[in-house]
Design a binder for this molecule. Structure first.
Ligand code: HEM
Length: 163
């Protein structure tokens, strides 16, 4: 079975059809996908702006990370859960949409960038934070994060237009 025919089967399951044809669930899921942006990417943006010394310059980066980033995790869970439900409800159209494929690629890039930060810069964060200087690699990670999340959101919005 090809991926396209599997997606065709998936979107025609009673569960998927139920979401797609519901006047309540589809808008509720899509609305949650949009609102959870502020709770997920929105909080990461605050930290990235601190890394780039654009905002919260007077606050240690580690303090901003402790206060904001943990709260983004439930936001990302909602983003991924609602995203998967939105996908299931119209799998064939979404799978064939080039913007969706680019969006998934940028989501993977965002994940790699965040993992590199966690492995390379987070362990020593308290040390370099005391000096008040942000390592250039951490700044680069912050700048890349801003660009990649902007791309994910733009691709998500463009995709929604086409569906
Ligand atoms: C943190 C990660 C994500 C972000 C920031 C994000 C962002 C967005 C945005 C901004 C939209 C446009 C909403 C609108 O204005 O109508 C959107 C739509 C959509 N997203 Fe995501 N998304 C994420 C993860 C996912 C995942 C993991 C999937 C599926 C596997 C997904 C599937 C979709 C679908 C199918 C739509 C179109 C909904 C429609 O029919 O209008 N998203 N996303």
């Amino acid at each position: 079975m090809s991926i396209v025919s599997w997606c065709h089967w998936l979107q025609n399951t009673p569960f998927a059809t139920g979401i797609r044809q519901s006047d309540l669930f589809f808008p509720l899921i899509e609305g949650s996908h949009i609102i959870a942006l502020s709770l997920s990417v929105g909080l990461i943006v605050v930290f990235d702006l601190r890394l780039l010394r654009v905002a919260f310059r007077g606050q240690p980066a580690s303090l901003i990370m402790e206060q904001f980033v943990p709260f983004s995790l439930p936001g990302f869970v909602i983003m991924f859960a609602t995203g998967v439900l939105l996908f299931i409800s119209q799998a064939e159209k979404v799978y064939l949409n080039p913007f969706f494929r680019f969006k998934l690629a940028f989501l993977v890039l965002a994940g790699i960038n965040a993992s590199v930060y966690q492995v390379k810069y987070y362990p020593k964060m308290r040390e370099w934070d005391k000096s008040g200087l942000v390592p250039w690699g951490a700044k680069l990670s912050g700048a890349l994060s801003l660009l990649v999340w902007a791309a994910v959101i733009a691709l998500g919005r463009t995709m929604a237009y086409e569906l």
